[in-house]
Design a protein around this ligand. Structure first.
Ligand SMILES: *Cc1c(COP(=O)(O)O)cnc(C)c1O
Length: 480
């Protein structure tokens, strides 16, 4: 018995789902960004015991409308400024639908030739887009955290003083890795999971622009060597999550060369700006890295999930992940086939490349770069609004498209300002007109706004300013 319906009926389902999607796009500007429901309200809405009986698809889609669309956080909408969250794009919505219908498993070349070759192709395009050698090898993973883990695993395998494949890391002196204090938390996680230990991730202080202090980096490496430790890898961040700061990529490259370290660049967020006019000089040296992470699901406008890994020497990637049991051998006689299971941790992997391929082809690299430049213009516009308002204070430079600021009407203690801005962030969430998240800048609470959504317009930015002033004014008055 098949689960399928007739082709005609299937087409009707697709039309109905299409209507639901289109209506969601129409409402982007109108509904609250955060639905404002409590966990128990969401649980109550969704809770039911395991359904035994089938449900008609029409009413199932209605239920998606009632239960899912009413509870989402509208991160695809123009007034979502939280974290580093892209809004996806409409071409990729089509790609995702086609992907699911083809159900390709990208484990070996012959299990999906097109998925394998398109993944290799789009990662070459991503390399070209950011100015990295196209002779590198690339894979698509779920996101930047997994991609950083993947790259640290390669660094550990290649730079460990012993062969760790069989013996593990037990035969080695402690291995150290270096990143700035502004480095992403996924490195702490990776150090833990890889058995390297979080305390051997050396967090190097940053300068006033939130970039790694290269003198202190070198000093720490020297100290660690003298103490009998084994430095394996230094990481540059090309676009920090907090403020968008880009480390001096050439200076860190020199240090890596001097001390024979693996050079990793975390460009998960900032990478796509690397060849955009006006900021490209900041990314000079990106081609010197042994590995780079860049997330198509951030600033290439591809919907979740797509995090990209690029490794300059493909053998390094293969050396780290190639394990071939008997049931996966079979087609060695066929030359020229690349089995992506040998280049990353997953075996079964979805056809991620389709949405990246369709996105890049539909819009073209020039248009994508224009959108990135426009996102940076929006960040500049907000920082101008902040700069010209006496009650707002810019908290960090704005090198890319992240703006950190706070409400500061003057005459308040730092601790009061921190509490006030923490409360503003909470209140903005429940207000729902805009959505942003907070961070700490040198210990001070800041409102953090990220622009990577082409749907955001000037008036959305002006509304954001208005909401912050309004809520800040109200909470500030309550305080005095
Ligand atoms: C977002 C980000 C990551 C993590 O990426 P995910 O896709 O969220 O896992 C890593 N590094 C930097 C610099 C980031 O901005």
């Amino acid at each position: 018995m098949s689960l399928d319906v007739s082709p005609k009926q299937f087409k009707r389902w697709i039309d109905e789902a299409g209507k639901l999607i289109a209506s969601h796009y129409q409402e982007h500007g109108e509904s609250k960004v955060f639905a404002g429901k409590s966990p128990s309200e969401v649980q109550e809405l969704l809770n039911e015991s395991l359904p035994e009986d089938p449900k008609n698809i029409g009413s199932l889609l209605d239920e998606v409308g009632e239960k899912v669309l009413s509870t989402i956080t509208n991160s695809a909408g123009p007034r979502y400024f939280g974290y580093i969250t892209g809004g996806g794009n409409q071409v990729a919505v089509l790609a995702e639908m086609i992907k699911a219908s083809l159900n390709q498993n990208n484990l070996k070349w012959h299990s999906s030739p097109v998925s394998t070759e398109l993944e290799r192709l789009v990662m070459r395009w991503v390399a070209e887009f950011i100015g990295y050698p196209t002779s590198s090898a690339g894979v698509l993973l779920s996101g930047g955290s997994v991609a950083n883990f993947n790259c640290l695993a390669v660094a550990r395998k290649i730079k460990a003083p012993v062969d760790i494949s069989d013996e593990g890391i037990y035969g080695s002196r402690p291995m150290t890795v270096y990143v700035s204090e502004e480095g992403h938390s996924s490195f702490d996680k990776a150090m833990d999971m890889l058995g390297l230990g979080k305390k051997y991730l050396r967090k190097i202080p940053v300068d006033d622009d939130f970039c790694i202090d290269v003198d202190q980096l070198e000093e720490q490496i020297r100290n660690d060597k003298n103490a009998g430790l084994h430095p394996i890898c230094a990481i540059s961040v090309a676009g920090t999550t907090n403020t968008g700061a880009v480390d001096d990529l050439n200076a860190v490259a020199d240090i890596c060369q001097r001390y024979d370290l693996w050079y990793h660049i975390d460009a998960a967020y900032g990478g796509p700006a690397a060849k955009v006019e006006g900021v490209s000089s900041m990314f000079s040296g990106i081609g010197k890295a042994d590995s780079v992470v860049v997330n198509p699901h951030k600033w290439l406008y591809v919907p979740f999930e797509a995090g990209g890994v690029l490794v300059k020497n493909p053998d390094h990637l293969r050396k780290t992940f190639s394990t071939i049991p008997d049931y996966l051998k079979s087609d060695e006689q066929n030359g020229g086939r690349t089995d992506l299971m040998e280049y990353n941790l997953p075996l079964t992997k979805e056809f991620k490349a389709l949405k990246v391929w369709m996105t890049i082809k539909a819009y073209g690299a020039t248009r994508l770069r224009d959108e990135i430049a426009s996102d940076m213009d929006k960040a500049r516009y907000l920082s101008e609004l902040v700069g010209s308002n006496k009650k707002l204070e810019l908290m960090a430079p704005v090198p890319l498209s992240i703006v950190c600021f706070r409400y500061n009407p003057g005459g308040m203690e730092e601790s009061t300002l921190n509490r006030l801005n923490d409360n503003i962030i909470q209140e903005i969430e429940s207000d729902g007109r805009v959505f942003l998240t907070g961070t700490k800048i040198k210990g001070k609470t800041a409102l953090r706004v990220c622009f990577i959504n082409p749907r955001t317009k000037k008036e959305d930015i002006e509304l954001l300013e208005k909401v912050v002033l309004e809520i800040g004014g109200k909470l500030g008055r309550d305080r005095v």
